[in-house]
Design a protein around this ligand. Structure first.
Ligand code: SAM
Length: 272
């Protein structure tokens, strides 16, 4: 029986051979490297990835699709098919790797879980050589945004803290079946060899960014009130009359550094 696409799993299968070729050219898989594909679906990308001679592992939540994969992708062995939720899978330790080797991650991602998945992947960026994803175009715009734009926000800072974000090309809805309502973009993420800014306390960095963008129309002086004073913001070299979207990654790192410094003093930051 033909597979009925399941909306809850974000199933929009790639059917345009030109787009599939463009994606494979961008990934340029070679024998010997380990590639983990999230959501292989009916194997549109898994087939050519497996053919390339790379060691492919796939993580698929839909049991029916996973069961069909060995017929759809010649040579794909049961040990390469991991049935489960990519959000609950430690992709970095799916395959035992020799020291120093890192995985490549690819996927035409289910759009309904793309943000939590990106958050999770950023946490394991050390174990990843690069990532190539098809995402909703708006999500890629947010990931690659610059300060001052309305797309700039938490996702931008999270992605750019861990990776270089390289948008590659846009893809029209007609490249998929069923046809989605939105445009897509294909993006490359390359984890930084060393962090672009020094974040001593990721928890504090995260809470400042979250707080600042939860009230993005307000000045930092107002939005960060519960965390730090205007004097602390100035001490970080940041103008407290600016809004969250006006300052860059290095400014957020400087704010986090000042807050971490005072938080470690007796009485915490409000005692300073
Ligand atoms: N790669 C295929 C293609 O390009 O045609 C399918 C892409 S489709 C947009 C997304 C795929 O991810 C589906 O096969 C879906 O079942 C799978 N999926 C959805 N949620 C998932 C999850 N949490 N973990 C793993 N796979 C998931």
């Amino acid at each position: 029986m033909p597979h009925r696409p399941r909306k809850r799993f974000g199933q929009n299968f790639l059917v345009d051979p030109m787009v599939i070729e463009q994606i494979l050219t961008a990934i340029a898989p070679v024998p010997g490297e380990v590639i983990v594909e999230i959501g292989p679906g009916q194997g549109a990308l898994s087939g050519p990835l497996q053919e390339s001679g790379a060691e492919l592992h796939v993580v698929e939540i839909d049991r029916d699709l996973a069961a069909d994969l060995p017929q759809r992708v010649p040579g794909l062995e049961p040990g390469q098919i991991h049935v489960g939720d990519a959000l609950a899978t430690d992709l970095a330790s799916l395959v035992p790797l020799p020291p120093g080797q890192r995985i490549r991650v690819v996927g035409n991602l289910p759009y309904n879980i793309s943000t939590p998945l990106l958050v999770r992947l950023m946490e394991s960026a050390d174990a990843i050589r690069d990532m190539h994803f098809m995402l909703q175009k708006e999500v890629v715009t947010r990931m690659a945004a610059s300060p001052g734009s309305r797309d700039y926000g938490r996702l931008t800072l999270l992605c750019q803290l861990h990776c270089a974000v390289v948008p590659l090309f846009d893809v029209a809805p007609t490249a998929f079946d069923p046809v989605p309502r939105v445009f897509s973009s294909f993006v490359r993420l390359i984890p930084h060899a060393s962090p672009p800014v020094d974040i001593a306390d990721p928890g504090i960095f995260q809470s400042i960014v979250t707080q600042a963008f939860s009230q993005r129309r307000k000045t930092l002086n107002n939005s960060l009130k519960s965390l730090m004073t205007a004097a602390h913001i100035r001490e970080a070299g940041v103008d407290p009359s600016l809004r969250a979207e006006a300052i860059g990654l290095a400014d957020y790192a400087a704010l986090a550094k000042v807050m971490a410094h005072y938080a470690s003093q007796p009485g915490g930051i409000h005692g300073s």
